[in-house]
Ligand binder design. Structure first.
Ligand SMILES: NC(=O)c1ccc[n+]([C@@H]2O[C@H](COP(=O)([O-])OP(=O)(O)OC[C@H]3O[C@@H](n4cnc5c(N)ncnc54)[C@H](OP(=O)(O)O)[C@@H]3O)[C@@H](O)[C@H]2O)c1
Length: 256
């Protein structure tokens, strides 16, 4: 796998950063995408120490032109794309009855359309090498709630989008899956808890301590744990797994 190239979005922090560092063990070259260049460089340093060549691209994936730019830069640097991991996401966590059209558009622009555009732009390169795509969803797709309606709605759309890509991928030899994490302790989870705490009459500290119990899990997930699932999904051993929506959630979803 040392000649393979992976593109990872949202690699400046959280799950994307952990995934990049994990994939550095398996891929010869990584392309790290997000807006914050300084944080991307920190991830690149850690991934480089793990043995991979790294290209950093600071781009706003909510903007339409970014997708082709990322693909062009990747192909110009490394000549191929074996895996695309769409992890970037920043859907506003606002009540269904308060969220404005613009806030909906902003959430959709990055997480749904950014991932859709980048996957389409990378598709010819992925098809050429029979590559793999992962789209990041989340458990809220399964139980959407009014206080964070856009998060659940967009995550459900991501699962459907991944399924549609996987349908085309059967003919084109491209494997596509979505991943639904439960509560993973990252900057985004901390901001979620800042919203969740007052709704449940708690301080953020109390909410952080009590949330796992409220969610019916023993503890928060670690970004490194999701990174292991990502690494498996883009490994040759997983190539027959396609069109799947994989949960990794400490048992948060109680149904089958
Ligand atoms: N943490 C959880 O509990 C959890 C649960 C389920 C699903 N998820 C999903 O997992 C993904 C990662 O979550 P996380 O918790 O690791 O979040 P995070 O720490 O907030 O990281 C989000 C990443 O997205 C990037 N990003 C945001 N806006 C961007 C834009 N316009 N263009 C390019 N990159 C952008 C950020 O980088 P810059 O700011 O540098 O651009 C950052 O690297 C998200 O899609 C999230 O919805 C998380």
């Amino acid at each position: 796998m040392s000649g393979r190239v992976a593109v990872i979005t949202g690699a400046s922090q959280g799950i994307g950063r952990s995934t990049a560092i994990r994939l550095a063990r398996d891929f010869g070259a990584l392309v790290l995408v997000a807006r914050n260049k300084a944080k991307l460089e920190e991830t690149a340093k850690a991934a480089g120490e793990a043995g991979s060549q790294v290209l950093v691209i600071d781009a706003d994936l909510g903007e339409a032109a970014a997708a082709q730019y990322v693909v062009d830069e990747t192909l110009s640097a490394f000549g191929r794309i074996d895996a695309l991991l769409n992890i970037a996401g920043a859907v506003p966590q606002i009540d269904l009855f308060e969220m404005t059209d613009q806030q909906w558009e902003d959430g959709l622009a990055l997480k749904l359309h950014g991932a859709r555009r980048l996957t389409i732009a990378a598709w010819p390169a992925l098809k050429k090498v029979q590559g793999s795509v992962v789209l990041m969803s989340g458990n809220s797709a399964i139980f959407p709630k009014a206080p964070y309606a856009a998060v659940g709605t967009i995550n459900a759309a991501i699962v459907a989008l991944a399924k549609a890509f996987s349908d085309r991928g059967i003919a084109d030899g491209v494997q596509v899956n979505s991943v639904l994490p439960g509560p993973v302790m990252t900057g985004r989870r901390q901001s979620y808890l800042e919203h969740w705490a007052p709704l449940h009459g708690m301080t953020v500290e109390d909410a952080t301590a009590k949330f796992p119990q409220e969610a019916g899990i023993a503890r928060y997930g670690e970004p490194d744990e999701i990174a292991e699932l990502m690494a498996f999904l883009v490994s040759p051993g997983a190539h027959w797994m396609t069109g799947s929506a994989l949960r990794m959630d400490g048992g948060e979803v109680k149904s089958i």
